[in-house]
Design a protein. Structure first.
Length: 84
């Protein structure tokens, strides 16, 4: 349920199998705070999802970043485990 909102907004950009991914510099990066805002969740719930391994951020200078594909992958994993 935590990632359900972001899944719906990102589903259209979901990469299809066999499609080449764009280089990182051409993809949209999401910050921790953008993900929290988009999910409509609290920072403690976000941190719990990182600790549990559901969300796996790229860290640069103590800032968490995500690409849309990572968030979609987290949504699929969450759905498969019955969390949504």
């Amino acid at each position: 349920m935590v990632l359900h909102k972001i899944f719906n907004s990102l589903e259209d950009s979901k990469p299809s199998y066999g499609r080449k991914l764009l280089p990182l510099e051409d993809r949209t990066l999401w910050t921790k705070h953008e993900v929290i805002e988009k999910l409509g969740t609290s920072e403690s719930k976000y941190n719990g999802n990182v600790r549990s391994g559901l969300l796996y951020p790229m860290r640069l200078n103590e800032t968490d970043f995500y690409v849309e594909e990572d968030l979609l992958k987290a949504m699929e994993e969450s759905r498969n485990k019955g969390r949504c």
